[in-house]
Design a protein around this ligand. Structure first.
Ligand code: G3P
Length: 217
């Protein structure tokens, strides 16, 4: 399973990249706003800065909702850097745009996916990635990980190439569960990635080893 970081915060991206296990970055307008990016020029520069740090796939989201607007925005984003993946919402015009991008060699991430039916449509249109939002599904009293498993099973059975990118990850256990059910990618906040490191027995064991090692000094 690939690890993406779900943030627009350059310091967090650098920290995750330095671990050596980062395979990509996803952003969205809310994450860009959170780090104070304003204006289309600043947005484009920020995407380029992220690409220059990671040199791996970076999802950049369009804000148009009509076919022509999505295509125009997506082409500009894709021209920024070879690593840009155009993130398109799961709407009727979005599906048309994903098919156009796919036919024209531009990678896409179909976002705001909450059902297997939506994921089938995204795959049919040729999306590179599909992003089910598992935390938000959990928030609405359904099981987000179950949806990842269902989509992964359907894609395997039907031979779709679209990668299942588990999004809206809220904790380290989400990452483990997504790995168990066959997600291709997990996009996570830095805190969830670092949360995978933690176990109290590791801390206790290391403290004891370091204490005993004082005898060698
Ligand atoms: O990847 C989608 C993500 O950014 C949404 O996360 O926590 O707002 O549901 P959240």
């Amino acid at each position: 399973m690939k690890f993406f970081i779900d943030t627009a915060d350059l310091e967090q991206i650098k920290e995750a990249h330095a671990l050596g296990i980062l395979d990509g970055v996803t952003t969205n307008p809310s994450l860009m706003a959170k780090v104070g990016i304003q204006g289309s020029e600043a947005v484009m520069k920020h995407y380029k800065d992220i690409c220059d740090i990671v040199k791996t796939p970076v999802s950049a989201e369009v804000i148009s909702t009509d076919f022509e607007g999505i295509i125009e925005e997506g082409k500009k984003l894709a021209a920024l850097d070879e690593h840009i993946v155009v993130k398109v919402p799961m709407i009727q015009e979005g599906i048309k745009a994903i098919k156009w991008f796919s036919d024209n060699g531009i990678k896409t991430n179909c976002t705001l996916v909450f059902s297997a039916g939506q994921a089938i449509l995204a795959a049919k249109a040729g999306a590179t990635y599909v992003s089910p939002f598992i935390g938000r599904i959990d928030d609405s009293n359904w099981d987000g990980v179950d949806l990842i498993e269902q989509i992964a099973d359907i894609y395997a059975m039907q031979g779709f190439d679209t990668q299942v990118l588990a999004a809206s990850i809220r904790n380290p256990l989400h990452i483990v569960k997504c790995a168990e059910v066959g997600a291709d990618v997990c996009t996570c906040p830095l805190s969830s990635i670092l949360g995978l490191l933690k176990h109290p027995l590791t801390d206790i064991g290391l403290a004891k080893f370091l204490e005993d090692a004082k005898a060698f000094a």
